[in-house]
Design a protein around this ligand. Structure first.
Ligand code: UDX
Length: 432
């Protein structure tokens, strides 16, 4: 099938690559000519395992194309443009409507618009009205994505479910054909209306955020009671009704989706004149984590003013170069506000995109060991494998870390080993 993907951001690029892997001929369109030029020159705009290799392969096979214009004969359009949010959860749908306007100006009646951008509940039906007002007739289908950055291509090809929200039953035959290779793998195909499909997406992220927020709160009780956070997660997660995923303690959930979706869902409650009591509590609980962690760091170091603190991991989690909504950055801001001096390191972030100069003293390093220079403490903020393989023996013998304090916000290091080597090791659920 010939498919166009409109908006080559994170979701758009993975969707385009995924659909091409399923055997379709995919045309990725973006208004950003520089991004398209970079892609055509072999530069993937984001870090995601295996994606560059796949792009090169699919491009050579002529299954994947990129450009700034639509193709005359295409009728199936995935809309994957960004839907930015303000702090109160209001979603800016301007980019989505701009994409729709550009499509209806070009495509004859009878096309399929598949909305993959995450939108507030009720948006697809509003788009249907909008098209009617414009006197054009296209099918609008909600087909939310459930892609985790870092595992996005895997998630596209191995989803837990495919959700299709369509009012027009005739579209489902086309969609069944489109996703046939996945349906052959017996992946559940949930057919519902567009409003429910939109709600499934945001409610799923709200559930995940709930799990993480509750576990992080329970970790505080572990500190007070000396209960074991790791065993607690496992013990809860082994209950099949709960499940093991999303029960890892951390500095709070972040990223471009969970915080945004939970705020947007909360706003939808307001807009429909009802109140959510749970969503605001989860948002507040997560925001509280950052200040709580900084207080603990301050207490451990006996004050942080003018002290150098090394921090590994600037992205919102491991295996990505994405710093949007990163808990590390919220924590850094609070540390800088108390006049700490930050030495930051990340295996993938493009430091030049981070603007901190006016906020305080922060310096980025390209080498984990240099980052430690004169630092009082090392904070581990993301769970990259390479942080687990750091040569702490060398750090200790060469005296690279001034006070030998390690604060592990992901509980990924070996406490016994570090203590044996003479480090003061602090971790979540025990000391933080
Ligand atoms: C999320 C959803 O998982 C995905 O389905 C959706 O489509 C997009 O949003 P992503 O933003 O890539 O994906 O991140 P995810 O892996 O879900 O993690 C979100 C945040 O929760 C991260 O900050 C992560 O570190 C944190 N987290 C996750 C925990 O603190 N503990 C956990 O056990 C899991």
């Amino acid at each position: 099938m010939h498919i166009t993907v409109v908006g080559i951001g994170y979701v758009g690029l993975i969707t385009a690559v995924g659909l091409a892997i399923l055997g379709h001929t995919v045309h990725g369109v973006d208004i950003d000519a520089q991004k398209i030029a970079d892609l055509l020159n072999g530069h993937c705009p984001l870090y995601e395992k295996n994606v560059q290799k796949k792009i090169n392969y699919l491009y050579a096979k002529k299954l994947l194309h990129f450009g700034t214009h639509y193709r005359r004969n295409d009728r199936i359009f995935f809309l994957t443009v960004g839907t930015p949010a303000s702090q109160d959860g209001t979603i800016d749908l301007t980019p989505l409507y701009a994409a729709i306007d550009s499509l209806i100006a070009f495509v004859p009646n009878g096309a399929l618009f598949l909305i993959k951008s995450t939108v507030p509940v009720g948006t697809s039906r509003k788009i249907v009205h909008y098209l009617k007002e414009k006197n054009v007739c296209h099918a609008v289908i909600s087909n939310p994505e459930f892609l985790r950055e870092g595992n996005a291509l895997y998630d596209f090809l191995n989803p837990d479910r495919i959700v299709i929200g369509a009012d027009n039953i005739h579209c489902t035959a086309i969609l069944t054909k489109l996703y046939q290779p996945l349906l052959n793998k017996k992946i559940p195909f949930l057919l519902t209306d567009p409003t429910t499909a939109e709600l499934i997406k945001q409610a799923s992220n709200a559930f995940l955020a709930n799990k993480i927020a509750l576990l992080n709160e329970l970790s505080d009780l572990c500190v007070q009671t000396k209960a074991d956070l790791g065993a607690l997660s496992l013990g809860i997660g082994l209950d099949k009704r709960i499940g093991e995923a999303y029960l890892k303690g951390g500095p709070g959930f972040g990223g471009s989706c969970l915080p945004k979706d939970i705020r947007s869902l909360n706003r939808s409650f307001h807009q429909y004149g009802i109140a959510s009591h749970i969503l605001p509590a989860v948002i507040a609980a997560n925001n509280y984590r950052f200040a709580y962690i900084v207080n603990r760091i301050t207490a451990i170091l006996g004050g942080i003013k003018n002290k150098i603190i090394a921090l590994y991991g600037l992205t919102f989690k491991a295996d990505t170069d994405d710093t949007r909504g990163s808990p590390s950055l919220s924590i850094i801001e609070l540390l800088l506000a108390q006049k700490a001096i930050i030495h930051g390191y990340d295996p993938k972030t493009k430091y030049d995109l981070l603007t901190y100069n006016e906020k305080g003293s922060i310096k980025f390093f390209n080498n984990p060991e240099e980052t430690l220079c004169e630092a009082e403490a090392l904070i581990i903020a993301t769970e990259w494998d390479i942080f687990q393989n750091i040569d702490f023996e060398k750090i200790k013998t060469k005296g690279m870390l001034k006070s030998n304090i390690i604060i592990d916000l992901r509980n990924i290091l070996n406490k016994d080993l570090l203590q044996q080597k003479g480090f003061s090791y602090y971790c979540l659920g025990r000391d933080i």
